[in-house]
Design a protein around this ligand. Structure first.
Ligand SMILES: NC(=O)c1ccc[n+]([C@@H]2O[C@H](COP(=O)([O-])OP(=O)(O)OC[C@H]3O[C@@H](n4cnc5c(N)ncnc54)[C@H](O)[C@@H]3O)[C@@H](O)[C@H]2O)c1
Ligand SMILES: O=c1ccn([C@@H]2O[C@H](COP(=O)(O)OP(=O)(O)O[C@H]3O[C@H](CO)[C@@H](O)[C@H](O)[C@H]3O)[C@@H](O)[C@H]2O)c(=O)[nH]1
Length: 273
């Protein structure tokens, strides 16, 4: 598991809970020191208990070679922050791909992208792996949909697990890793999985922005937005979630992922000829 941040730690702990042996690698020595000492670098309900209960299946290192040495699967869980222009900065993703160069590819079977990345990243990573002599290592996009505060529960009981695979064998392996997870698995093409993540966040963010606009009109006209949102959400086609009006959305993903989708949707990128 490359990246022992929010997603890497939760994913690593949950995969260990499912019975897998997990090595978490991070470039921040302080995080690895804390994990070795049995401390949890982030607050997330249930995570500390899960790390403690599965400690015989979890190890921590700053050494990339040590993390990959006996790995069948490498997960990429590094941060993909926005650049100044709004697209995702993939430098940490490329750093992970670079650290696989020269690795014996006999054992390593699949590279799994958990980080949120633009559509098309999988094709570029696939090409870079082929060039690096890793053509026989599979590639899969397995985006994460968890929200902070509910991450452990959501990993183990998801609405869906999305697996976009470049090869049938990669799809089979990543599906098998999720055995024991209480939720449906949707297997698709890599680009589709990359887009599912961005489209899901965009639709959730749109619901919030929409109800915030309605709240402004409610304030101007004397209607009560909470009563309105409750009854609107009772229509099963619309649903009750993400209709809480407020100051506008924040969090670690909606702002950056909405901007990244907008950059990706530039006409020169979407034109087919
Ligand atoms: N936080 C969320 O709620 C959430 C939900 C869904 C998806 N995501 C996506 O998951 C990805 C990770 O997000 P996060 O919140 O876990 O970020 P984070 O900043 O908490 O963790 C990223 C970790 O990766 C480490 N790292 C950077 N380069 C590395 C390398 N070369 N090798 C090993 N470790 C390295 C960093 O030191 C850091 O600890 C992002 O793409 C994010 O958009 C996040
Ligand atoms: O009805 C609502 C719901 C949320 N929010 C705001 O929206 C933001 C995001 O909240 P939430 O979705 O609960 O937390 P995040 O941890 O940011 O999770 C979102 O971002 C993650 C990263 O991509 C996704 O994995 C999750 O599915 C997605 O919910 C926060 O500012 C909330 O205050 C509202 O204003 N009204």
């Amino acid at each position: 598991m490359f990246g022992a941040g929010y997603i890497g730690l939760v994913t690593g702990a949950c995969l260990a809970e499912l019975g897998h042996q997990v090595v978490l690698r991070d470039i921040t020595p302080e995080k690895i020191r804390m994990l070795h000492a049995g401390e949890v670098p982030i607050f997330e309900p249930g995570l500390g208990d899960l790390l403690a209960a599965n400690k015989e299946r979890l190890s921590f290192t700053i050494d990339a070679a040590e993390a990959v040495r006996d790995a069948d699967v490498v997960y990429v869980c590094v941060d993909t922050p926005p650049t100044a222009s709004g697209d995702a900065d993939l430098s940490r993703v490329w750093a992970v791909v670079d650290s696989l160069k020269g690795v014996s590819s006999e054992r390593l079977a699949v590279l799994v992208m958990k980080s949120t990345v633009p559509v098309g990243t999988g094709d570029r990573v696939r090409a870079a792996m082929d060039e690096a002599g890793l053509a026989n290592v599979g590639y899969a996009a397995n985006p994460e949909f968890t929200a902070e505060g509910k991450a452990v529960h959501t990993f183990l009981h998801p609405d869906r697990v999305v697996i976009g695979a470049a090869e049938a064998e990669a799809a089979r392996l990543v599906t098998a890793l999720h055995e024991g997870v209480d939720g449906p698995v949707e297997v698709m093409e890599v680009a589709d999985a990359e887009m599912v993540k961005l489209a899901s966040n965009a639709l959730l963010a749109t619901k919030i922005s929409f109800i915030n606009e309605i709240a402004t009109v409610c304030e101007a006209t004397g209607a009560d937005v909470e009563a309105v949102a409750k009854a609107v959400g009772m229509d099963h086609r619309l649903g009750p979630h993400f209709l809480k009006a407020g100051l506008g959305y924040g969090g670690s993903c909606f702002p950056k992922d909405s901007r990244a989708l907008r950059v990706m949707a530039r006409p020169e990128l979407t034109r087919r000829s």
